[in-house]
Design a protein around this ligand. Structure first.
Ligand SMILES: [Fe+2]
Ligand SMILES: [Fe+2]
Length: 160
């Protein structure tokens, strides 16, 4: 049971998703790095975000409009459950993070949860990979100070 074993299964079971130019493993790694930076800043637990990074886009059917891919990822988590070293409460958050990432908006109540907000911000900070300019009003943040630090996470990341 570990993230490594889950990534191994995704690679074996969903090779096309892993290899996706825009939504594949390179994006997942950036979301992972974004997420860890955000957790550090917000003093949030990183366990859920680590799995979110590699699962949230693992069930896309195409590279374009596919609004149900978050819900499919949440269902895929049930198949992977025995390989995921999270407790049942964390699994609930992981499923909510995956299912919600396709439609959550900053005005939604769910975004007030620190874990969900860090997951979704980590993903949105990498939106420029598909030629979309980051819209800071779509980030989940409390105030300008937080926002500055969130954007700093992105800047550091792109130095890789
Ligand atoms: Fe997605
Ligand atoms: Fe994503």
């Amino acid at each position: 049971m570990s993230l490594v074993s889950v990534i191994g299964r995704i690679k074996k079971e969903r090779p096309a998703n892993v290899g996706s130019t825009f939504h594949g493993i390179n994006h997942w790694k950036r979301v992972h790095a974004n997420g860890l930076k955000l957790c550090e800043y917000f003093n949030a637990a990183p366990e859920v975000i680590r799995y979110f990074a590699y699962l949230h886009d693992s069930c896309r059917l195409n590279e374009g409009i596919d609004p149900e891919h978050g819900s499919r990822a949440a269902m895929y988590i049930d198949e992977l459950r025995d390989d995921i070293d999270l407790d049942d409460s964390q699994i609930k958050f992981l499923k909510r993070a995956c299912s919600g990432h396709t439609h959550a908006n900053p005005g939604a109540k769910a975004g007030l949860d620190l874990t969900l907000a860090c997951c979704w911000n980590a993903d949105r900070l990498d939106v420029d990979r598909v030629g979309i300019t980051l819209d800071i009003t779509q980030l989940f943040t409390k105030n300008a100070h937080d926002l500055t630090n969130i954007l700093a996470c992105k800047t550091k990341l792109h130095e890789f």
